[in-house]
Design a protein around this ligand. Structure first.
Ligand code: MRU
Length: 356
């Protein structure tokens, strides 16, 4: 893609993003400077997808910290925490948001002996590191994911866990992009992903513009393409993985997983370790965001498609039970049942790698 999903313009004190609500019709780059603009951009899904939200929050809190006009550490810390909590309240399900903000806060608290100016410099370095890591992590997930499929395979994906949801490559799309570079010629099925159409507007746009063989289907067609024998594997991203392997991802993922299990199609979740939340025991403990009724009743339609006043239930995510998942692909290998044990090994690998 010609543009970065999330970028920092340090000279102009701006967080620069593609407004994803305008895609695919219009590529509009917007510059966010205030806490309110950043909060709105995350809530309104101008920037979305768990890793991209994390990177945006890291650059965002750095820019807000830069605006704190004091040399006194305690005053700086109090104001920093206020801004951090505000950004953290924009969306509840993707753990990468709080994960990135906590990482940034740790820079402030670990360096209390340094000047506020120096802390601001360290915050920028940390935000840059979070973005650089995201790119490296996605590519490695792609390499591991590629070992699970073979040339010519049919792959179904749900929502957008692509380049637009990360800094580069995506998570669920990383094996697809790497496979494409290596002549695998996958046939990809992208669910449209009601109600916000991330699959139609973003995934089919991304893959189609990259020359990948992609077919767009409505969500309710996934079981049919599986029954037809066109799908060899499901690759999806995720917003939070609980300790037992239960996984929250875009609403509809669990129906895809149930259908895939029925038709003996393996379901792989692509998850950077930053999305695995060992403090959350099971999927039942994950806070699922609920969004406005209008997203279901009228958004995208020329006119309202449901009676005024009808009750609407609009959860943005669902939880796929770990028993339906064939493997969770991380940047440190593929986790399998029993997940808690497998995650502990993966985190040990990560720790050793970081201290090599
Ligand atoms: O509401 P969204 O568009 O932010 O939901 C995004 C998803 O559910 C993605 O699959 C998930 O964040 C993983 S992105 C690599």
């Amino acid at each position: 893609m010609e543009y970065e999903t999330v970028e920092l313009d340090d000279k102009d004190d701006a967080l620069v993003i593609i407004d994803q609500t305008k895609l695919p019709g219009k590529t509009e780059i917007i510059r966010l400077k205030t806490a309110q603009e950043m909060w709105d951009a995350i809530y309104l899904l101008k920037v979305r997808g768990a890793p991209a939200i994390g990177v945006a929050a890291a650059f965002g809190i750095y820019l807000l910290a830069k605006q704190i006009d004091t040399a006194d550490y305690s005053t700086f810390l109090a104001e920093f925490r206020k801004q951090k909590e505000y950004l953290d309240s924009s969306r509840p399900t993707a753990v990468n948001l709080s994960w990135a903000l906590k990482r940034m806060e740790k820079i402030v608290t670990d360096n209390r002996d340094k000047s506020v100016e120096e802390i601001k410099r360290l915050l920028k370095a940390e935000a840059d590191a979070i973005k650089a890591e995201d790119i490296r992590v996605c590519k490695t997930i792609g390499e591991f994911g590629l070992t699970l499929v073979k040339p010519g395979d049919g792959i179904l994906t749900h929502c957008n866990a692509g380049q637009l949801a990360t800094s580069k490559y995506g998570t669920a799309t990383a094996p697809i992009y790497l496979g494409e570079e290596r002549g695998y010629h996958f046939r990809v099925f992208a669910d449209e992903t009601r109600p916000l159409l991330q699959g139609a507007r973003l995934t089919s746009y991304e893959l189609h513009s990259s020359g990948v063989d992609v077919t767009l289907i409505c969500d309710n067609m996934a079981a049919t393409v599986m029954k037809n024998g066109w799908v060899d594997a499901v690759f999806v991203g995720c917003d939070r993985v609980a300790r037992n392997g239960d996984t929250a991802n875009k609403i509809g993922t669990s129906s895809v997983a149930i259908a895939a299990n029925y038709y003996n199609v393996p379901v792989y979740i692509c998850a950077p370790t930053s999305t695995i939340d060992m403090n959350t025991a099971t999927g039942a403990d994950i806070h699922i965001e609920e969004r406005p009724a209008e997203e279901v009743t009228q958004m995208w339609y020329r006119e309202r498609m449901a009676p005024e006043g009808v009750k609407v239930y609009n959860p943005a995510f669902d939880v796929t039970d770990h028993s339906l998942i064939a493997g969770i692909v991380t940047e440190y290998g593929i986790a399998r049942e029993p997940y808690e044990e497998s995650f502990r090994e993966i985190f040990a690998r990560k720790e050793n790698a970081e201290y090599d």
